[in-house]
Write a protein that binds this ligand. Structure first.
Ligand SMILES: Cc1cc2nc3c(=O)[nH]c(=O)nc-3n(C[C@H](O)[C@H](O)[C@H](O)COP(=O)(O)OP(=O)(O)OC[C@H]3O[C@@H](n4cnc5c(N)ncnc54)[C@H](O)[C@@H]3O)c2cc1C
Length: 453
């Protein structure tokens, strides 16, 4: 149940102007809802800006959550099509050394499994390089113990521009956007949320969508509710110059995690770390030990890696779930219908997920909003670019079946088993094919392969 429509009242107020909120405002406005987005600071400048700036398919989730990789590649493809001018294809090389936790056949198996999803996001099949050719591509890389490398590709994105252009599109479809407007309370009439308090102003709406990223629990807390959120902080070192000709994925100093080197026209990002964060996202900051960890990790491969970075960026991943092993946490997103869950109507929360599936997150929560408001309009955000051109043909890649998604969400151990079973089968096929594999790629083939047409 949501409030009845009356003149001047917004259909939807979106709280939070990161990539999620911006996507939600665009979707709501495109479906004809009278929409207002409120952002307490600068749109996109929180978690979205502190990300690794990748629209990626979630390669590493193949190890324990294959369906998330599938769904993320599926939506990344839509993002690539609607936001193309903001993206650049980024080849990433994963060098493998003697003594690494994952051997080169295992790494190539993982990339073979990823190849199956790559077409969804206009990615290319992986390549395998010899040690000598890897060193030709990255002359400063340490040769000691290098066994070779495997490459794959993701999309680099300018995250602030992605938010800006989503908001511009939302505005063109009639949404109102207010920056520097913090929501400090939710208005309630008995068991219905009827709007928000912003500064001195009470603003009325039929529905509030809480899209505040790591702050969703704080916003829900204004209504006495709680969201199970586990924040994992991540720091990047930012260099204003380009330090590498292509992306690199490097086993980190702890031999457990991996660190990216991500070049772009803006410079180079090195990171991220991944550590349990304080529950309050406003308390998240970079610790000196994170900087040491990142520099130590890079120095394993580039002994003279520059220590003088220009700045650091830090943010908290808004992961849903509570204690326990990371592998058992789903990286999926979820819509919390507070009417069904807590008996409080007029409020929806969208939590979890990633920048790489923000459009699908927005579609899912907007579907729920439309159902509540009795609006029949369907999602069109995948059919039109952010600058407003119709896309024409949009490929229809299959999604994983709903029953399987539901089952694996409910049973984290089964989710891990499902991923490992697939990888096991891919590994067996890989080893059987190995004697007949094509010759390894050289540096020229690598450059041709990833050169945009
Ligand atoms: C280190 C790191 C690396 C990552 N790398 C990637 C990556 O490469 N690719 C990827 O797909 N994902 C990545 N992620 C995840 C991704 O960044 C997030 O999932 C995504 O940016 C979350 O966007 P959001 O809009 O939900 O949150 P945010 O960007 O944090 O936006 C929430 C907004 O809500 C606002 N807000 C909060 N409270 C209020 C209030 N009371 N009133 C009004 N506004 C409020 C905040 O100011 C903020 O702007 C990474 C995350 C981290 C931390």
């Amino acid at each position: 149940m949501a409030r009845a429509k009356s003149p001047g009242v917004y259909d939807v107020i979106v709280v939070g102007g990161g990539v999620t909120g911006a996507g939600v405002a665009r979707d709501c406005a495109m479906r004809g809802l009278k929409t207002l987005l409120l952002e307490r600071g600068r749109p996109g400048a929180a978690t979205t800006l502190s990300s690794s700036h990748l629209i990626h398919g979630g390669l590493r989730y193949l190890l324990y959550d294959r369906l998330t990789t599938h769904m993320t590649c599926w939506d990344s493809g839509h993002i690539v099509r609607i936001a193309r001018p903001l993206l650049a294809q980024l080849p990433i090389v994963w060098p493998v050394y003697r003594g690494h936790a994952h051997g080169i056949e295992t790494v190539e198996t993982l990339l073979e499994a990823y190849d199956a999803f790559q077409p969804m996001k206009e990615g290319r099949p992986h390549l395998r390089l010899s040690a000598a050719e890897t060193l030709r591509l990255f002359p400063g890389l340490s040769p000691e113990g290098l066994l070779g490398a495997v490459s794959f590709d993701e999309w680099w994105v300018d995250p602030l521009a992605l938010v800006r252009d989503n908001l511009a599109s939302a505005r063109r479809h009639g949404a109102e956007i207010r920056a520097d407007c913090a929501v400090t309370n939710l208005a309630r009439a008995e068991d219905i949320v009827t709007g928000v308090l912003c500064g001195e102003e009470w603003i009325e709406s039929r529905l509030v969508i809480n899209a505040a990223g790591p702050w969703i629990d704080k916003v829900a807390g204004m209504a006495g509710l709680s969201i199970p959120l586990r924040l994992q902080k991540g720091t990047h070192l930012v260099y204003r110059k380009k330090l590498t000709p292509a992306g690199l994925l490097l086993e980190a100093a702890d031999k457990v995690r991996y660190v990216f080197m991500i070049p772009s026209a803006q410079g180079t990002l090195v990171g991220p770390t991944d550590i349990a964060a304080p529950h309050d996202p406003d308390q998240v900051s970079t610790a000196p030990s994170e900087i040491k960890y990142l520099l130590d990790s890079l120095k394993r491969y580039f002994p003279r890696f520059p220590e003088s970075y220009d700045e650091t960026i830090v943010g908290a991943r808004p992961i849903l779930g509570q204690g326990g092993s990371e592998k058992l946490l789903s990286r999926e997103f979820e819509v919390f219908d507070h009417e069904r869950r807590d008996g409080l109507a007029g409020l929806l929360t969208i939590g979890g997920g990633k920048m790489s599936d923000f459009r699908l997150m927005a579609e899912t929560v907007t579907d729920a909003a439309c159902e509540k408001l009795g609006v029949a309009a369907g999602c069109r955000t995948q059919l039109e670019t952010l600058s407003g051109e119709a896309l024409g043909h949009v490929p229809a890649y299959p999604k994983p079946p709903k029953w399987l998604r539901r089952l694996l969400r409910r049973h984290p151990r089964l989710r891990e088993f499902h991923a490992i079973a697939h990888l096991g089968a891919t590994f067996a096929a890989h080893m059987a094919r190995r004697p007949f594999s094509p010759p390894l790629a050289d540096a020229e083939r690598f450059r041709d392969h990833y050169c945009e047409p």
